[in-house]
Write a protein that binds this ligand. Sequence first.
Ligand code: DX5
Ligand code: ZN
Length: 219
Amino acid sequence: MQKPIRIAPSILSADFAKLGEEVRAVDAAGADYIHIDVMDGHFVPNITIGPDVVASLRPHSKKIFDVHLMIQPVDPYIEAFAEAGADIITAHIEAGAHTHRTLQAIRALDVKAGVSLNPATPAGSIDYLYEELDLVLVMSVNPGFGGQSFIESQLRKIESIRKRIDSLGLDIDLEVDGGVNMNTVQRVIDAGADVLVAGSATFKGGPGAYAENIKNLRG
Ligand code: DX5
Ligand code: ZN
């Protein structure tokens, strides 16, 4: 069942020189999740933040830390992100041969487990993982950078995963990441998403605009 819409600002679009302040600002502005993009310069062509930064941000917000790992391999780093204070850890299905084991390892640490699909990856690739999942993250851009354009074909994938979650009757968030803004948000919600990642659409205009930006995305 599609749950209430939750907004997850991606701090990739925040001012990295004052990340703690930025996290407090989006928290106060009404963010539901804080989406943290972890990139390794190997799985994706960009390098961002590691577990020490996540741990440093933890005291700045009690909101859900939604950690999106765009790294390969994943397994050696799960414990460090769990200890840093991640509430949800999401790994890419394309990042390893043993995603089922990765999801079990995440849940074994009492952290919610998510799986993410790149735009080219079919919905069916996660068909035998649903029982291990708390969240599915559909990438609506090729991962690596903020501010890219929404890839329309991903709406079909969101619809298909929504049907699957509902037919199984499982309590799983359906999150969409990339190019979510005022032009695309309604179609993303109509397709069945209930957690919306928004980087540039949240952080545009500076701290004074965050509350209004988040409110507008919520519809
Ligand atoms: C892309 C990241 C996204 C990104 C979204 O690789 O996973 O979370 O920050 O940025 P926008 O919302 O600007 O497309
Ligand atoms: Zn992300």
